[in-house]
Design a binder for this molecule. Structure first.
Ligand SMILES: *Cc1c(COP(=O)(O)O)cnc(C)c1O
Length: 508
């Protein structure tokens, strides 16, 4: 264990505690470096409601200044220079839009395009900045060990993390992805990653198997000791890391500001956000934005046929005794949504013992039921529905035919869920649909939805989709099929720890 030193007493630094134990308290830098609390809980800022932001001022800022403002609130032990440097290096010409997160109007709703970074999916927003935050946090903690980033991915996190950490000195990154659980584009993106410190391993199992194994590895004392002997320490780039979550708050504010600038809303008007959800990180950032004072009416949680979150948000029962389904929106194919634990923490009035109890039930009984107070609070702020595979296909096609706009499959899930919302609720608030991937990231499913079945290979369909829709192939994936495969490891969930030691002992 390392301790933080040299903090001036006068600076009020927002502390982070474990969702499961309020006596575990760390400074922001330590929370970023560790990723997960030693007791298995997630780090949360207890005093978040005290932060507050001036909405008028926020509406006058662009993406970079918004990010700086938010990061300096949450990471108050970082210097202004550290924050500035992180933001400006992360959000540069890697993004193919100078707005970083542009907003398009499609019919009477708004599409927040989160896919303009290096891997054409929303995780780029957080993972472009995380390596910078982590390196600086490491220095703030006076930590000497090298960081080993260990991450389970349902597809998009993997490549975005690899790109972010590639060749960052003092770090190694090991990515585990479910074999047969990611799209060919996602897999090719990952296994062709260059960089001396990058490692990619396919796991025989689904995403939850891989994620559960990673969590256990983090809590494996013996393994941690072995790593310590090698001068290394684990950290996580999964959305359980607070350094991932906080940068995602920015785009809720900049999108709101954008609608104000375009005279679509007045400052103070409440709007809805519809979020295609998997691990509950993206939508939780929206909830944090709301706690900071953003006028949000409903956070609409869109699920695919793995609808465990829909069930929970509508009944209060979280039950993973169910079949895991592979869908055409694979980044949302999740049964255990880790970040939900943070929502429960805030919804239970920060009752750590209660959260520990629920998480223990989840582990032993694969099920828990939230109390009535939590259920009521959730009903007030959230709404949820889910979208079938057929409806996903139909929505991609319908929106293209009606508006000429091509949705990716995850965004289509959100679009359809918003239609459900409108059928059941009288609500004329302006609504923003978060678009989490470029249609080219899931070319096969998008192409088939638009033009019917085909025998062509997914990687060849990229150009075909572009030719038929007139939308340019993003430079980020141009020529992907011709790149050299550099990673070919395969293991079972039970042998992941062995695989890690193998990799680290090779010394690359
Ligand atoms: C990760 C991801 C999601 C789910 O986001 P969470 O923060 O895990 O809820 C949705 N769509 C795409 C394309 C993603 O990559």
């Amino acid at each position: 264990m390392f301790k933080l030193t040299d903090y001036s007493e006068e600076i009020m630094v927002l502390k982070y505690e474990s969702t499961r134990n309020k006596n575990i308290n760390v400074n922001p830098s330590e929370a970023v470096v560790k990723g997960l609390s030693d007791d298995g809980g997630l780090f949360v800022p207890r005093e978040i409601e005290e932060l507050g932001l001036d909405l008028q001022e926020m509406c006058s800022l662009g993406f970079h200044d918004t990010a700086k403002k938010i990061l300096s609130l949450f990471f108050a032990d970082f210097s202004e220079e550290q924050i500035n440097d992180s933001v400006m290096n992360a959000y540069d010409s890697k993004f193919d839009s100078k707005d970083i997160v542009p907003v398009e109007k499609v019919g009477d709703r708004f599409i927040m395009e989160l896919f303009h970074g290096s891997t054409i999916a929303f995780k780029d927003i957080a993972l472009s900045i995380l390596p910078y935050l982590m390196k600086k946090a490491q220095s703030n903690c006076k930590m000497k060990e090298d960081i080993v980033i260990l991450t389970a991915t349902s597809g998009d996190t993997g490549k975005a993390a690899l790109e972010g950490f590639k060749d960052v000195e003092g770090t190694k990154i090991i990515i585990f992805y479910p074999n047969d659980g990611v799209s060919p584009v996602q897999e090719m993106q990952m296994v062709t990653t260059e960089g001396d410190n990058t490692h990619v391993v396919a796991v025989e199992g689904n995403f939850d198997d891989a994620q559960s194994a990673v969590k256990e590895i983090f809590n494996d004392l013996e393994l941690r000791e072995k790593l310590g002997d090698m001068g290394m320490k684990f950290s996580s780039a999964n959305s359980i890391n607070i350094g991932r979550l906080v940068p995602q708050i920015s785009y809720y504010f900049t999108t709101y500001a954008d609608l104000v600038k375009k005279n679509e809303i007045q400052i103070g008007d409440e709007i809805n956000f519809v979020v295609p959800t998997g691990n509950f990180g993206n939508i939780l950032a929206g909830f944090f934005a709301k706690l900071l004072g953003l006028p949000v009416n409903k956070l609409i949680c869109a699920a695919n046929e793995n609808n465990v979150l829909y069930d929970f948000l509508t009944t209060g029962v979280y039950d993973i005794n169910r079949e895991f389904k592979k869908t055409m929106s694979p980044s949302m194919d999740i049964l255990i949504s880790s970040n939900l634990e943070r929502l429960l923490y805030f919804m239970s009035n920060k009752d750590n013992e209660y959260i520990a109890e629920l998480m223990n039930q989840l582990k032993t009984e694969k099920r828990y039921e939230a109390n009535d107070e939590i259920k009521a609070k959730i009903k007030e702020q959230f709404w949820s529905s889910y979208c079938s595979e057929d409806d996903t296909t139909d929505t991609v096609k319908k929106v293209y035919e009606e508006f000429g706009y091509v949705l990716d499959t995850h965004t289509a899930v959100a679009y359809k869920v918003y239609e459900d919302y409108l059928k059941e609720n009288k609500d004329d608030s302006k609504t923003v649909i978060l678009s989490t991937a470029s249609p080219f990231k899931f070319t096969g499913s998008v192409y088939r939805s638009l033009f019917g079945d085909t025998d062509m290979k997914e990687l060849d369909l990229i150009k075909e989709l572009s030719d038929k829709t007139g939308i340019k192939v993003p430079v980020q994936i141009d020529g992907l099929g011709e790149r050299k495969i550099l990673h070919n490891r395969l293991c079972t969930p039970a042998s992941m720890d062995k695989e890690i030691l193998d990799i680290l002992r090779e010394g690359k």
